[in-house]
Design a protein around this ligand. Structure first.
Ligand SMILES: [Fe+2]
Length: 345
């Protein structure tokens, strides 16, 4: 297997390729460095088959969408990923192969709900779940320190001790570690109970990443061209969240409730379907098509998307535009389907 880290900075991007078939896969590319990745691929004569995002990043814009467009690669993320235009959704235990290189997916939530690690036998790509002598922060929306402790101690630490650990970030000049080393010496996890880990992670008090406002919602929605003005994180925090059962109870009252689906048209008609009676206005078009909602200004609007993330953005935008009764379907169509509520396709 051909293997190289491509950034030599705090954010890690990995290139894996089969030397037999000259097909390649890139893990966690950064938008600003896409030209460099394309040059490396061309130099080695590799065809880029897949771009894998280990999770929805908050600190840099994903290069996945550009590589999809420019190199024809298929974008791969976990089933829980909020973004549209993901070509392959994977779940725990699934496999992804390029030539003779095979990766096994471990769903490792905690840093984000869509976090996954990729195990290639002698090495594992741990995203921001397990870092070298550290762990990924759990204080962004959807973060869960208990889930992260379980992901690390039950899934990653179940791999052989000799497995090399390649994280998505490192701030202290490490290139990699091993599972055995992290089990023994990771200062956050080694010898610490689940309860103590949760206590520790809930009190780290880290500042927000500098680019979170420009990166996070762009990555969550795959809108990376500045065409949408995203609301602030404080505005997102204020959005009222409704569970699927609560939305289902209200939806029959069409006089009072508007179900607003903000996904792309192919998702609305796709695998997860849509809620009967819902209106489709993709997030990208929401600001320019707002007049279509003006007649519903006094009604309750429930925003809907795939994972409940893009629709939280939509709900905050609508609140900012003067709509007073806006809420969000928590967990989106993924949770709606899991609860076997009515769907049309
Ligand atoms: Fe991250």
């Amino acid at each position: 297997m051909f293997f190289r880290e491509l950034n030599r900075g705090n954010c890690k991007t990995y290139l894996l390729a089969s030397e037999r078939t000259h097909t390649a896969l890139i893990i966690d590319p950064i938008k600003e460095r896409v030209d460099r990745y394309l040059a490396v691929l061309a130099y080695h004569g590799f065809t880029l088959e897949y771009v894998v995002e280990t999770h929805t990043h908050a600190d840099h814009r994903d290069g996945a969408w550009d590589l999809r467009e420019l190199a024809g690669a298929r974008v791969v993320m976990h089933q829980r990923a909020p973004a549209p235009r993901v070509d392959v959704h994977l779940e725990d235990g699934d496999r992804l192969a390029i030539g003779d290189v095979e990766l096994t997916v471990l769903h490792t939530p905690g840093h984000t709900p869509d976090g996954m690690s990729l195990w290639a036998g002698d090495r594992v790509f741990t995203g921001d779940t397990l870092l070298v002598h550290a762990t990924g922060r759990t204080d962004f929306a959807g973060g869960d320190p208990g889930a992260q402790y379980d992901s690390i101690t039950r899934k990653l630490f179940a791999l052989p001790d000799s497995t090399l650990v390649y994280p998505a970030h490192d701030y202290r000049g490490h290139t990699h570690s091993t599972i055995g080393e992290e089990k023994r010496a990771n200062p956050r996890v080694a010898g610490r109970s689940r309860e103590a880990y949760i206590e520790l992670m809930n009190n780290l008090g880290l500042p927000l990443p500098e680019k979170i406002q420009e990166a996070l919602q762009a990555n969550q929605s795959a809108i990376d061209d500045d065409s949408v003005k995203f609301p602030s994180l404080a505005q997102l925090d204020q959005v009222r969240q409704l569970r699927p059962q609560e939305v289902n109870q209200r939806r029959s009252d069409t006089e009072a409730v508007v179900l607003l689906d903000v996904r792309e048209p192919d998702e609305y008609r796709g695998e997860l379907g849509h809620i009967p009676g819902s209106v489709l206005i993709p997030l990208r078009q929401l600001a320019t098509r707002i007049s279509e909602l003006n007649c519903h200004k006094n009604k309750q609007i429930v925003a809907i998307c795939r994972a409940g993330v893009r629709s939280t953005t939509a709900a905050a935008m609508l609140t900012g535009l003067g709509f007073e009764h806006v809420s969000n379907l928590e967990g989106g169509m993924i949770d709606w389907n899991e609860q076997k509520l009515p769907v049309e396709r």
